[in-house]
Design a protein around this ligand. Structure first.
Ligand code: OMD
Ligand code: FE2
Length: 442
């Protein structure tokens, strides 16, 4: 990859982009001329069925030094034998218990991004294009002469610790905690970790692709604005000598690898609307009450993957950013609730208004369908007697939620093998709720 520490991007969501690292590398007026400029190979990657409606149709044309198909056969990935990146039912358990984890441990041994992927919860089967997985990455080593693609689904990556320098077929994307990256299904990428130890959350979705939510009565602007999404520009490396490149692939929930003699990051130009992108969560234009109560947290949806059921998300990516709280005569933290959807929450920085302690950056919680949850006892008591002035809620706090209409199973890794990361006494935060009932006093 041409060395570029501060890559350039092109802005917009779902745009049709055209990008060339060498002038004139994109064929004019057609996709597949008899001979492409500079002796490049044309190759299409389809992210939707050829016949998907125009508004949903996603594909990109690459102009690359060699076609992707020039590689040795796929074999089972022996170096990833211990991979826990799977929703194979034998690795998962159903539990309605409210669960919470302390910050997930970073490995002591050298571990790359791909080696450090662990599924926490999930359900479905990528082979029938149905389901999702919540995944943690915890890594400390660069992917050198390696790349990875996920044939099973899109990856929405939420860095929590350490920056990511991601090399993709479409060009480089650098992301820091408070930014997110989406790598759509099938696109090859490699991750370098300039800060060393790194950790974050991933939502893997086996169907469709991420979309901006409709805004309804909010109007034409607000929440995540399309122009703040950034896609890479073409950048290539021309390497076909030395140690072979290893390409890892997750296919039907199993890890494979193959060798090839040339760099997979050899795309000199591309055009299309199927590409990875990043978004800075600090750009989110939060909308909320200026009177009383607060809307459901769907008001904070950054991106959504629709299900076949109108208005019901396969997955929503929701954030709780720093914001002004002004509601009058209102219990301001999240209320007690039971939800038909399942809620996995993570914390990027600071704290979260429903929990006085225990929910900390790098940790997580899972409140599954209809399992009751809400403010812990301390938060409830404090918020019930708080003097309601306008307050800027936690200027350093950034929590998020992966909300899904599916009922996820929890991985044995997250219940048993992640050691002390699982907080076995989580239930106790709701014990000792004072009895406040007094039928003689309204
Ligand atoms: O559980 C949570 O903390 C997320 C959440 C916040 C809120 O204000 C209302 C409902 C909800 O699920
Ligand atoms: Fe909730």
């Amino acid at each position: 990859m041409t060395n570029n520490n501060d890559p350039k991007y092109q802005s917009g969501f779902g745009n049709e982009f055209a990008s060339e690292a060498l002038e004139g590398a994109l064929p004019e007026g057609q996709n597949s001329p008899q001979n492409c400029p500079y002796g490049l190979y044309a190759e299409q990657i389809s992210g939707t069925a050829f016949t998907a409606p125009r508004a949903a149709n996603q594909r990109t044309w690459f102009y690359r030094i060699r076609p992707s198909v020039s590689h040795k056969p796929y074999v089972s990935a022996t170096s990833l034998k211990t991979s826990r990146f799977s929703v194979d039912p034998t690795t998962l358990v159903a539990t309605p218990n409210q669960l919470r984890w302390s910050p997930f441990s970073i490995p002591d041994q050298p571990t790359t991004f791909v080696q450090g992927l662990k599924t926490v919860a999930g359900t479905g089967d990528p082979s029938i294009r149905s389901g999702i997985a919540v995944v943690i990455y915890a890594a400390n080593a660069n992917m050198t002469r390696e790349a990875f693609y996920n044939a099973d689904g899109d990856l929405l990556i939420v860095p929590q610790l350490g920056r990511l320098e991601i090399c993709t077929e479409m060009g480089p994307i650098h992301a820091k905690p408070t930014e997110i990256v989406v790598i759509p299904r099938g696109i090859k990428f490699a991750v370098n970790l300039p800060d060393g130890p790194s950790r974050g959350y991933i939502l893997e979705t086996f169907d469709r692709h991420w979309e901006l939510p409709d805004l309804g009565p909010i109007g034409a602007n607000g929440l995540a604005n399309p122009r703040d999404f950034l896609a890479p520009v073409a950048s290539f490396e021309d390497i076909d000598t030395g140690k072979p490149f290893t390409i890892f692939a997750k296919y039907q929930d199993k890890m494979f690898e193959l060798e090839q003699g040339h760099s997979p990051f050899d795309v000199v130009a591309w055009h299309g609307n199927y590409y990875p992108y990043k978004y800075d969560l600090g750009k989110f234009n939060a909308v909320n009450t200026v009177t009383f109560d607060h809307p459901d947290p769907s008001i904070f949806t950054v991106l959504t993957v629709k299900s076949a059921n109108p208005g019901v998300a396969l997955a929503d990516f929701v954030i709780f950013p720093p914001r002004w709280m002004v509601a009058e005569n209102t219990f301001r933290p999240p209320w007690f609730h039971r939800n038909c959807m399942s809620e996995f929450m993570g914390l990027i920085s600071g704290g979260y208004d429903a929990k006085a302690e225990g929910f900390v950056p790098g940790g997580a919680s899972l409140h599954s369908a209809f399992s009751a949850h809400g403010p812990d006892t301390t938060t409830f008591i404090n918020a019930s007697k708080e003097v309601l002035k306008p307050v800027k809620l936690r200027p350093d706090g950034l929590a998020f939620m992966f909300e899904t209409s599916l009922m996820m199973h929890v991985s044995k890794w997250a219940l048993e093998d992640c050691g002390t990361d699982l907080q076995k006494e989580y239930y106790s935060v709701w014990q000792g709720m004072p009895k406040r009932f007094n039928q003689n006093k309204k």
